[in-house]
Structures are given as C-alpha cells and as structure tokens.
Design a protein around this ligand. Structure first.
Ligand code: PRX
Length: 630
C-alpha cells in the first residue's frame, strides 16, 4: 500500500485527493483484494445523504485481514494477548492460527443459523476471542454490534433491542486490575428483557461459577470443537453493513452508527499505514477497548489489513503498578504505541520511578486519541516515553468517521503540541461561523465540519436514516457536522477545542449529558437534573450534576451515593457523576429551557461573569446555586 514519506509528498497527495477524489481513492483501493471490482467509486452527496463508495464491488474484509496474509505471514504473530495479571502467560496467535479460529467460529455461527445481515451482540473482555467473534461475523456477513463490557445490563438491553440482535457472545467473567466483572451475570440480567436473542454463546475465560440456561446458553468451546478450520469467505457487496457501534449524542438514546464494508476497509487500511507510518514486521499496541471505535479500527481491522502484529491488553495502566504500559512495551518490543491523553495524565503524576528498568528503545511512533491533549501531557509523553525521539500523532476522529480524519503523519508532518495538525488525504475540513458560512483564511475559530465524503464515514443510524440526516447533516446544509469546535492557526494547522454540543468527554468516553440526566431522574426523590462537564485534571472532563429533589433529604451524602450507584446501574460506572449539587431550582428561561451556559460556568468555578441572566424566569436561583457549588 502506498505510504507517504515526505511533507512535500503529503501536500501533493492531499491536493490530488481533493482535485480528483475518485481517482485518488480508486488507486488506494487497488491495493486490496476484491472478488469483483467496483462500477463507480463515489455516489451520492451530503445534500441527499446517500453516500456509497465502490458500489458494485464484492469482497470480504476478513480475506483482506487474514487469507491474504497466510502465504507470506502465516507464521507471523497476528495478535499478542497481554493478560490483566502480568504473571499469567501471554498468548499469541499467528495469522494461520487466527485464520483457523475465525473460520471455526464462522462455521459454528453458520451452524447455529446465523445469516448475512443478522445482528450479533458481542459483550466480551479484551481477549482474542473478542476479535475472533468480530471477524467471524464479518466472514459470514453478520453485522457485529460490540458493546463495551463496562456497560450495565440496562445499557445492554437498549442496544440489543434497538438492533434486534439474535445472538449475544460473552465470557464468564474477567478481572480488570483486582476487580472481577461478572459478565455472564450481567448478560443474564439483560436477557430477561431481550426477546430477539435466541442464544447466548459463552467463552470460558476464568472458570467462574456461572449458570448456563439450558437451550439458550451454549459454550464457545463446544461449538468450535468439531467445526472446520476452513471457511470460504462470503461475498459481500461494498455497501453491505459491517458493524453497528452505539455512540452518544446531544439528545435521545445512543445511536447505532452503521459502517459498511468496502469504504471502511479501504479507509482504515490506508490510514493505519500512513498515520502511524507502519513498517513491515512492526508490533503495534493500541490500548483502546474493542468496545469503542478505536478498538475496531486500530486494534483489529487496521493492523490486520496491513499484516501487522497487534497487541490486545486486558488490564489497566495502573495494575499491578503504574509501570504496566512500559513493562508491556519492553516485554513485547512495541514499535508503535497508541493511547488516550487521560491515561497519560493519570501516569504523569507518578514521577519517573515508573520507568525504572523499563527499556523503551523499541518505540518509534507514539499516538493519542479520544480527547484534546494538553501541552503538558504532550511534552511528558514526548520526553519520558518517546525520549524526544518518537513523533506523536494526535489523531482526531470519531465513531462516525470510521478512521482518523485529522492527524500528523508520523515522520512526515511537522508537529505542534496539542494540534491534530492537518487533514488526511481525501478529507476536507472547514470551520463554520454562527451564520452557517464557511470561515476562510487562517488564525480563525469555528465549528468543525467536513465538506466532502470520505470512504470510512458512517452511512446511517441503524433503523433510523432520518435521525442520521438530522444529527449530522441538518445544522449546516450539505456539510457533515462533527459537533466539535476547532481553531485553525496561522499555519493552517487544526486544533480541536472540544465538543460544542451537549456531549461530554470523560476519560475519552463520550457521554451525552441527557443520558446521565435521564438516569438521575429515575431516582425516586429526584424531580429534575441538569448535567454539565467541568475541567478535570486527569479525566479531561468530569461530570457535574445539579439535582432538584421533591422532598427534604436528610442526608445529602447518602443521596449522592445513591445517585452515583444508580447511574452506574443504568449506564455504567464510567458515567458516575464526580460532583452532585442538590439545588432548589435550575436557571431556566421563560420558555422553560435550562441555561446550561450558566451551569457550565458555575461547574468550572468561574462565576465572575455569568453573562446576561435577565431572561431567566427566576434570576435568584443563580445566586443560590453559586453559593452551594461543590
Ligand atoms: O470531541 C472529539 C473527541 O472525541 C469525540 C469522538 O468520540 P468517539 O466517537 O467516542 O471517538 C473517540 C475515538 C476516535 C470527538 O468528537 N476527540 C477524539 N479524538 C480527539 C478528540 N478531541 C481532540 N483531539 C483528538 N485527537
């Protein structure tokens, strides 16, 4: 696959990709294996919201990830599994072994009656079987919907029911640090309310005592025991769905963002190779969970499409101590390391001791993703981890974009700390002003939109194309609106400033404030709540909840604890509010709209200038909230 090697070349490629996008992407696509080539490269536009890439083509993405690598890389390691407990032996799977496992599981799914287009929920820990399940689905054309294993039973219910999954694949249990998470028990609870599920497939990971419901529950190992290690990959159309991934927005329940086969493959394969400047034979380590898009695109699909060795890490950066990442890099001689700013900030506080006796000399490229990286964390990462010798690629993208859109290309783009820098070839970012017009020139700031389709973009929201159109294409007609604010500096470099909608980014987890409010409002003494983000040293943003109760609560502390536990139960522990303030009223306009701007300021601790409060129904509320801020 083509790799950009100089900044001049990047500029030329970029120019070409904008002037002749179809020519550009068809050349990239030539590097993949197709059962049948495309009739057209790009169809549709952002006005109609009817994008198709490589229409008419037929392919199977797993043939590109696996079969294609068998001949020359059959015995090369495809996946290294690093367990939670460093004393446990790590596991490796060669391309040949991974291919055989995927084929076996694909055959097993077929034998159970899984068909092309069926939705399969994957609720798995970070073990190779998670990736095997994804690839097996793709092999037969079933649509995987991976749900992060930190989500609660209630969240699992919503996701399974929304896309009407017919199977769920899980494991008995998993340890994260010292904490045991009983996955099968959570699934059992969910399955009481998911009528579409026929079977639950369970991988025995920890020999944990679980209940297997006869007929419904099946052991993974029994299914693959006699299954053939050969499977002729199904032929998919370019626009056949590959996966659904739920993500949060400003309003309503999380959306099932849908990605299709050919465009996603081409975009993710191309960006993996270029963003990270990946070289043959390198070991790539992405610390994201497969439950998020980063895990999909740059832990599973991107590396395998390039025949790389990819690491799957089951544990946490702080277990058994804060040197765990560096231990792993040393042990597996990692060349490219990709993590989130929140992880960097959480380790930064632990001094240089955490690097003692760790040999990081294998590192060549570092990456970050998920949230803006502050300059201090950037420099710490650069100096302590990269030894000022590894480029840092600050990759900006989203679940909906499928792959990286704005990022330096390692060893090519001159870097600037905290800047995602420049768009990838084929990506046309623009900044919009309040009047819905493009802002020209440099040294400007606005809302980030993309004005031309790229192959990796989501095609729809599962079962609700109108919601897709409304969410992403209605704010600025003819543009994809990202929901992010952004600056373009004098050099034309992009710096993402954060969400401009009601989405908050907590430790790189995207959470809709409305979702947290709905969860809080379910508590029996709560009348109403308003949730905003506030700057948090480690998490990037923390969650601040203002809550009105219907009766006098004796002990605010008990109530806060209950609310936190309730949010944990409804969404997952990662969405628990950091701060809860019990208030008598909320700042509302006469039409009943909560003025979040004021709440954000109070949560930030910046109450000197709250702006115009004269339109409020009851301006006195603001003083009361200010006085009680936590
Ligand atoms: O606000 C941006 C932030 O994360 C959002 C997307 O979240 P999600 O769909 O969960 O995907 C995360 C992983 C791709 C974006 O709208 N974001 C992501 N990467 C960056 C970022 N903000 C600043 N800099 C980044 N590099």
């Amino acid at each position: 696959m083509k790799q950009i090697s100089t900044f001049e070349e990047y500029k030329a490629e970029y120019k070409r990709s904008v002037e002749q996008p179809e020519q550009f992407w068809s050349e990239v696509a030539e590097d993949f294996e197709w059962k049948k080539k495309w009739n057209t490269v790009l169809d549709g536009n952002f006005e109609q919201v009817n994008i198709k890439w490589f229409d008419g083509a037929e392919l199977n993405i797993t043939e590109n990830c696996l079969d294609r690598n068998l001949k020359e890389k059959g015995n090369q390691t495809a996946i290294i599994w690093e367990p939670n407990d460093p004393n446990e032996k790590f596991r490796t799977l060669t391309y040949k072994e991974l291919h055989a496992e995927v084929c076996r599981f694909a055959n097993a799914l077929k034998n159970l009656g899984v068909n092309k287009g069926d939705r399969i929920c994957i609720y798995m820990p970070m073990i190779p079987e998670g990736a095997i399940a994804m690839l097996a689905c793709a092999r037969i054309g079933a649509i995987h919907s991976v749900v992060f294993a930190g989500f609660s039973a209630a969240s699992l219910i919503d996701r399974i029911n929304d896309s009407q999954c017919s199977f769920v694949i899980t494991a008995d249990a998993v340890y994260r640090g010292e904490k045991k998470i009983e996955l099968k028990k959570i699934v059992d609870e969910a399955l009481l309310q998911t009528p579409s599920i026929k079977n639950c497939i369970v991988f025995n990971h920890r020999d944990s005592a679980i209940e297997m419901k006869p007929e419904r529950d099946l052991w993974w190992k029994d299914l693959v025991k006699d299954a053939s290690a050969e499977h002729a990959a199904g032929s998919m159309n370019a626009e056949d769905p590959l996966f659904i991934l739920y993500t949060s927005g400003s309003t309503g329940k999380p959306k099932g963002v849908l990605h299709t086969t050919a465009g996603y493959m081409v975009y993710v394969g191309y960006t993996f190779k270029n963003v990270f400047n990946y070289k043959e034979g390198e070991v790539f380590c992405c610390t994201a969970d497969i439950g998020w898009v980063t895990g999909h695109s740059y832990l599973v699909y991107g590396p395998l499409l390039n025949g790389a060795t990819t690491i799957m890490f089951e544990g946490t950066p702080a277990y058994p101590d804060h040197g765990r990442f560096w231990d792993m890099i040393d042990k597996h001689r990692v060349n490219i390391f990709y993590t989130a700013p929140t992880a960097i900030r959480s380790l930064q506080a632990h001094g240089n001791e955490i690097f003692k006796n760790k040999n990081l000399s294998s590192l060549r490229v570092l990456g970050t993703v998920g949230e803006p990286i502050n300059e201090e964390a950037w420099h710490w990462y650069n100096e302590n981890v990269g030894k000022s010798n590894c480029p840092i690629v600050d990759t900006w993208w989203q679940t909906e974009t499928g792959g990286v859109l704005i990022s330096p290309i390692a060893n090519v783009t001159p870097l600037k700390p905290s800047f995602a820098t420049l768009p990838m070839p084929g990506v046309q970012p623009v900044l919009m002003n309040g009047d819905g017009e493009e802002i020209s020139g440099n040294g400007v700031e606005g809302n980030l939109c993309i004005k031309f389709p790229w192959p990796g973009m989501a095609r729809t929201v599962f079962g609700d194309h109108e919601r897709f159109r409304q969410t992403y294409f209605s704010t600025y007609k003819g543009y994809y609106f990202t929901g992010d604010g952004c600056k373009r500096d004098e050099d034309g470099y992009y710096r993402i400033t954060g969400r401009v909608d009601d989405v908050i980014n907590v430790s790189g987890h995207r959470i809709g404030t409305g979702e947290v409010e709905d969860a809080i409002d379910e508590h029996n003494v709560v009348v109403e709540s308003a949730v905003v983000g506030f700057p948090h040293d480690i998490k990037g943003q923390g969650i601040y909840a203002f809550v009105i109760c219907d009766k006098k609560v004796d002990d605010d502390e008990v109530l806060r604890k209950e609310i936190r536990e309730h949010v944990s139960k409804v969404i997952g522990a990662f969405a628990r509010p950091d701060k809860i303030q019990i208030v008598k009223g909320l700042p509302k306009t006469r039409s009943g709209k909560i003025m979040r701007r004021i709440l954000r300021k109070i949560a930030e601790g910046d109450t000197s200038n709250l702006g115009d409060t004269t339109t409020l129904l009851d301006p006195a509320v603001v003083d009361e909230i200010k006085a009680g801020a936590v």
